[in-house]
Ligand binder design. Structure first.
Ligand SMILES: [Zn+2]
Ligand SMILES: [Zn+2]
Length: 232
């Protein structure tokens, strides 16, 4: 339980290493790019399975190939920069869509788990031929041990319900959403989590709005149907 010692520091270190390699490559390959648009400030959750996994990522930062540099030369230079910094690299041509501009993709992988991808437009087409896009990501890391969810204790019980009130028929005194236990989400095999459909992420029971009990004087005749003892 609790944070994994050193995990956040390690992820931050990888984030800084990724940023510095990306910065170096952007400055070299597409000089004059606005590096303030290279968002790598906070890690984001990319896998919500317990425990959540965090990653620093830069997606499709766009620069312009200088007019005097050919796409082929830029690709060779990108590969050389990766190799000299200790990254393994490979080059492929991607033709996502026939009729669209083919892209040459240089992929770099570091032993620390970081990846960088540089996509260079090759030839004429809808994508400006000078467009170069840079993406990079650290490995996705868990920052804490897996936690088992503990179902909350009810806010009201038959013993503590206020005089003149009845326990909420929907949550039976729980107060929190009875569908998710107050998390706002429920576990999901594919995505790890999905929004709770019972409370729409409000986390509280939608009938009592979290009070766990309802004043008898406000019950509708429909609601009174849940409490046959009131009419005895
Ligand atoms: Zn819920
Ligand atoms: Zn309720």
């Amino acid at each position: 339980m609790g944070p994994i010692p050193g995990a956040r520091e390690e992820l931050d270190r990888l984030g800084r290493a990724l940023r510095s390699q990306l910065t170096l490559m952007i400055d070299d390959l597409t000089p004059g790019s606005d590096l303030s648009l290279l968002f790598l400030n906070e890690p984001r959750v990319v896998d919500w399975h317990e425990p959540p996994r965090y990653q620093y990522a830069a997606e499709f930062f766009t620069g312009r190939r200088p007019a005097h540099v050919s796409a082929t030369d830029l690709v060779s230079r990108a590969a050389a920069l990766l190799t000299s910094a200790g990254w393994r690299q490979s080059t492929t041509t991607s033709r996502e869509d026939p009729g669209r501009t083919p892209r040459i993709v240089v992929t770099g992988r570091h032993d620390n788990g970081c990846t960088i991808e540089i996509r260079v437009a090759d030839g004429n087409g809808p994508v400006p031929p000078s467009k170069v896009s840079f993406s990079g990501r650290t490995p996705a890391m868990a920052l804490r041990e897996p936690e088992e969810f503990r179902w909350p204790e009810p806010i009201r019980t038959a013993e503590t319900v206020t005089s003149g009130y009845v326990l909420c028929y929907e949550c039976d005194g729980l107060g929190r959403c009875p569908g998710c236990g107050g998390r706002g989400w429920v576990p999901d095999e594919t995505h790890g989590r999905k929004n709770c459909r019972a409370c729409h992420r409000t986390r509280v029971c939608l009938i009592c709005r979290g009070a766990a009990e309802l004043p008898v004087s406000d019950l509708s005749s429909y609601q009174r149907g849940y409490y046959p003892e009131l009419d005895r």
